[in-house]
Design a protein around this ligand. Structure first.
Ligand code: AMP
Ligand code: MG
Length: 487
């Protein structure tokens, strides 16, 4: 069933209708004084919303969940999850609601979801709220990821609620309107499996196939094909994170999608100086979700997904395990293949350059960056100049110039394409010091730095005069950066 809103967008309720055991009808808390902080007009248009409507009082009411589009029933979704390795059977949307699914202007089904909309039955000890800073952070980083070509949930809007949120200090509250191709997670499958209701598990898997991997429906073994598809999507996704220097920060199984979109931008950050061991999250004391661990963790999470699917993969459990293990073994070669393809592109190498040559070249340059504490993004962007005859932009960042020169001689001998490099190596990423600056200003009421930063990072490959400070590494006095989860 679909219901029209004032802006002629209609909402479906496929999740709630097909999976009622995993959906709790719920209402958002009232927002005393809604004020629009950010609106993604191109995304609004893709969804069929009139941006003028979304800016109106009725539009803001929809974006904070205060009014529900006629007849729609927002739901909090149930899911489980392994958090830092330990299983929690009942997580779910503690502070979020799924308003419903929208068919966008290209006919794709997309979830509209609110985060920070008040306590739900899954809130446990939480207040159900979100502060302006973290919601704008998700907005900036997810839109930067999209512009970098990395699969991600999207941010439609951030609306300040006019309600204060108690954290270490009192902070202004906000609701983020998030758009995703779905909110089905590894944790959703863990929830369905833990209920022991095989019919529910099957309906969930069927919805995942129908929404994300319709080809799997025609496969000889559809549920095995579903698993193989998720393995591939996650292998490519995490390879893209690694190539961009992105650290998710909290890769719990409830924060890993079935679609292969990046989700839940909490303590995430882009790396400045290259270091395999980088961790930003204040709660990740053991470094479980460190930069270099991300592929291993993705594989671990996929093993948890496989466990949930076993009864659908084969009625004989032992045979099912053998089949699932074999399917999971595809992760490593797929990840490595995607990573090396991406590294060859970053280095401007033609497809026919042998992997046996490209792979050590790529690993050696990363070792050089690690040993010399070099800024990852600006080094790769600067490298194309070396092809054009001026090595300084990259070379000047490396203390051990002899090592750089020796590496560059090997690389230049392969005849890299400088223009191709500039199309894949970004000039601008949401650097931590710039994000913090924009969030501090927005929290204090000044939206200008935020708007400028969003403009810069959503056109990441195009060098523009006057934006030099956005391309530079973190200032020396920025120090060790720490991010906070669930804030
Ligand atoms: P996250 O680390 O953001 O993925 O959240 C993990 C779990 O904690 C999810 O079930 C969230 O809904 C819940 N959660 C996070 N923050 C809050 C909050 N302020 N109030 C209620 N639940 C929350
Ligand atoms: Mg989460």
């Amino acid at each position: 069933m679909s219901v029209p809103t004032d802006s002629k967008v209609t909402f479906g309720h496929r999740f709630a209708q097909e999976l009622p055991e995993m959906a709790v009808s719920w209402q958002a808390e009232q927002a005393p004084e809604p004020r629009l902080l950010a609106l993604n007009e191109p995304l609004a248009a893709e969804l069929g919303f009139d941006p003028g409507f979304l800016r109106s009082p009725e539009g803001l009411a929809l974006l904070v969940g205060a009014t529900v589009p006629g007849g729609a029933t927002p739901v909090a979704q149930a899911y489980s999850g392994h958090q830092f390795g330990s299983f929690n059977p009942r997580l779910g949307d503690g502070r979020a609601l799924l308003l419903g699914e929208i068919t966008d202007t290209e006919g794709r089904l997309r979830d509209l979801h609110l985060k920070g909309s008040g306590r739900t039955p899954f809130a446990r000890g939480g207040d159900g709220l979100a502060a302006v800073g973290p919601m704008l952070r998700e907005y900036i980083v997810s839109e930067a990821m999209q512009a970098l070509g990395i699969p991600t949930t999207r941010s439609l809007a951030v609306v300040a609620t006019g309600r204060e949120v108690r954290r270490e200090t009192m902070l202004p509250g906000a609701v983020l309107a998030r758009v995703a191709s779905s909110h089905l997670r590894v944790g959703s499958f863990q929830y369905a499996a833990a209920t022991g209701n095989q019919d529910l598990l099957k309906r969930l898997a069927d919805q995942a196939i129908s929404r994300h991997y319709p080809d799997a429906a025609a496969a000889e073994r559809p549920y095995l094909a579903l698993f193989e598809s998720v393995v591939s999507a996650q292998a490519t996704l995490v390879a893209q994170w690694m190539l961009a220097g992105f650290i998710h920060g909290v890769m719990n199984t409830d924060n890993m999608t079935i679609s292969g979109e990046t989700i839940d931008y909490g303590p995430c950050a882009f790396m400045d100086v290259f270091d395999y061991a980088t961790v930003y999250s204040s709660i990740d004391r053991g470094g479980r979700y460190a930069y270099a661990n991300q592929p291993l963790i993705a594989e671990w999470n996929l093993a948890r997904l496989a466990e949930t699917l076993l009864p659908l993969i084969d009625e004989d459990q032992e045979r099912g395990v053998t089949t699932a293990v074999a399917a999971l073994e595809a992760f490593r070669p797929q990840y490595s293949g995607a990573w090396l393809t991406g590294m060859k592109a970053k280095l401007g190498l033609a497809d026919d350059v042998d992997d046996e040559v490209a792979s050590p070249l790529a690993n050696d340059v990363l070792t050089l960056l690690q040993e010399n504490h070099v800024d990852y993004t600006s080094f790769f962007r600067g490298l194309s100049s070396a092809v054009r005859g001026d090595a300084r932009p990259a070379r000047d960042k490396v203390l051990d110039v002899a090592a750089f020169d020796a590496w560059a001689a090997r690389w230049l001998a392969l005849d890299p394409d400088a223009d191709a490099m500039d199309r894949v190596n970004p000039v601008y990423i949401p650097r931590n010091h710039l994000v913090e600056e924009a969030l501090d200003a927005a929290t204090a009421g000044d939206l200008e730095p935020l708007e400028r930063l969003v403009d810069v990072v959503t056109r990441p490959f195009e060098e523009r005069p006057g934006l030099e400070r956005y391309a530079a590494g973190a200032p020396e006095d920025f120090g060790k950066y720490t991010t906070y989860c669930g804030t």
